[in-house]
Design a protein around this ligand. Sequence first.
Ligand code: SAH
Length: 216
Amino acid sequence: MMPEDEFSLARKRMVEQQIFARGIRDPRVLAAMGSVQRHCFILPENLPWAYSDGAQPIGHGQTISQPYIVALMTELLAVQPANRVLEIGTGSGYQAAVLGELAAEVHTAELIPELARQAGKTLAALGYAHVHVHTGDGSRGWPEAAPFDRILVAAAAPEAPHALLDQLVEGGRLIVPVGSRRVQRLEVWERTGQEYTCRSETDVCFVPLRGQFGWK
Ligand code: SAH
């Protein structure tokens, strides 16, 4: 069997056994997880585990999240086709690609220049021309492209950064892992007019958000 066929088989199994089996039902999210070529976002030495049920190192002490967590956060974000989305913590670019399958425009910010450059190359090679990678501190959002319909923070924050809440449109939604450096709760924020509501979903474990509104 050709490697590409093996990858697509592994991806189909990932969606069935890790994502659908754990309760993700949004058909658009399942389709996105079934199409993004996760093996293109993985370090070459980790290719055999590209579709396995866990986070993977991507260099610089950072990780690509477990597929289920990417799917869960994406489902909670409830992305609409016309949305403009901001992600904080590009890492490998994988989550940004999943968002790119669902939204009209994606902006993603990464603090580590080498990761931003590599993710930008991967996304461009796969044809995600509407996914824009920015290098810099995303804990203050990305004012140049704000406001956003949806914001996803892919790193653990001490609290939901108010700069990000400010950059949500009315009717907008933000997902952020909030807690200690070691364990966090996934928070879902919604903005209606000038009011914000927050509900807390489930325990997660992300690398720390750094920068102005992250961990010092
Ligand atoms: N979404 C990524 C995984 C994110 S890991 C993927 O799909 O692969 C978290 C990333 O957040 C790391 O790459 C880290 O460098 C980055 N990060 C941490 N603090 C940041 C900040 N203030 N601004 C932008 N990126 C940040």
